[in-house]
Write a new protein. Structure first.
Length: 384
């Protein structure tokens, strides 16, 4: 995909990770960014990278790369009015039938190749994305230079590889690393559905000769795609509070299924980013201090200092989800209880599935306030 040539300026990347309904927090941060950035300079993020729910926000922004503020407003309008039924079928009949048939096919005596492949039916999400994402708009932004590159990451159940599907400037080349690769493709809705297909909860998606699921699986280096696409600086919007809950003074009861599932989701979506950030900062310190002699290279070529900024929640999103538990459809709450997941013991899990208006609005407000609390640093990052 060719681009018009422009005077070189450091390429800023936006990195949006996974987290289901927690991704509403990203929208609040982006709202602050849209108010602080200089619109006369055009799109502040010529490189946009997304994984899981973050891939949906990423491509929605890429659809409006010619007008960043308009893109943010479009995303804000969707997340401010979310309902569970916009993501997955939540009626009593649909949930009962789906869960029973899934359990019979996969855990009992049925044929797993004929029954549903997931606990929930997320076909409503596909319809929403078809109405929201403009792939023609993305292609136009690539051609007109509003966008340098964009990508979404999914995980192949067939090969076990973390796969980044990208498109962008013609100079960008495919990459192949241990358990991860980058493939230039013309992206479509299937790539988005695959990237956001939370394992077991949502169905896998066939692309070519492979089946793909949520991109957070096996994504050990979430920052890597932005570097391969040419980023010089990266704004990362995290979805995890800086410190976890303190250990209680007394031994709690054994963990419930809801608690275990919640921590599994945290591990899936949130843990790898911290480790990758530590690696990036260690390399930056090495280069800044001139510890190495000669050229220092890695998988992307000669190393350079990567400016980066992380904005993450100042409050535990799981606690916010627990407060809004009763906003979930009654049928879905009953289904959770059937699986042994109650309000108190499944707050982490439900925070990923709480696509409800009031929960999303509170996360948007939290993201906006957290970004504005760092507005001087954020504005300096955007103005460089």
């Amino acid at each position: 995909m060719s681009q018009t040539k422009a005077e070189y300026r450091p390429k800023s990347a936006l990195l949006l990770g996974g987290g289901g309904a927690r991704a509403a927090y990203q929208v609040g941060v982006l709202k602050a960014v849209s108010e602080l950035c200089d619109t006369e300079k055009g799109n502040p993020f010529p490189i946009i990278c997304g994984t899981s729910a973050g891939s949906i926000n990423a491509l929605a922004l890429a659809s409006f790369a010619h007008d960043f503020q308009l893109g943010v407003n479009q995303i804000l309008g969707v997340w401010s009015n979310f309902k569970v039924g916009m993501v997955f079928k939540a009626s009593a009949g649909s949930l009962t039938s789906r869960i029973f048939n899934w359990a019979w096919s996969n855990l009992a005596f049925g044929n797993p190749n004929k029954g549903p492949s997931s606990l929930l039916d997320n076909s409503p999400l596909k319809g929403l994305l078809q109405r929201t994402i403009s792939f023609k708009g993305i292609e136009s932004s690539l051609e007109n230079g509003h966008l340098h590159a964009y990508c979404v990451t999914a995980c192949s159940y067939t090969t076990g590889e973390s796969t980044t599907f990208y498109d962008g400037h013609e100079d960008i080349k495919d990459w192949h690393r241990t358990h991860r690769d980058g493939r230039r493709r013309t992206l479509n809705i299937d790539h988005l559905m695959a990237s956001s297909a939370i394992p077991v909860i949502f169905p896998s998606v066939p692309i070519g000769n492979e089946h793909f699921g949520d991109g957070s699986m096996r994504q050990g280096s979430p920052i890597s795609p932005a570097l391969h696409l040419g980023a010089d600086k990266i704004l990362i919007i995290g979805l995890r509070i800086a410190s976890d809950d303190p250990v209680p003074p007394l031994s709690p009861p054994r963990p419930s299924l809801g608690q275990i599932s919640g921590y599994v989701m945290d591990t899936l979506f949130l843990n790898s980013l911290r480790a990758d950030l530590e690696r990036l900062e260690r390399i930056n310190r090495t280069l800044e201090n001139g510890i190495t002699e000669g050229r220092l290279t890695d998988e992307t070529g000669e190393l350079k200092i990567i400016e980066h900024m992380l904005i993450s929640p100042s409050e535990d999103i799981a606690n916010i989800a627990q407060k809004h538990y009763n906003d979930l459809p009654r049928s879905f709450r009953i289904a959770l209880r059937f699986l042994g997941m109650k309000r108190g013991n499944s707050r982490r899990l439900i925070s990923y599935l709480m696509f409800t208006k009031h929960f999303c609005k509170e996360l948007i407000e939290l993201g906006y306030n957290d970004a504005m609390s760092q507005q001087e640093e954020l504005k300096a990052f955007l103005d460089d």
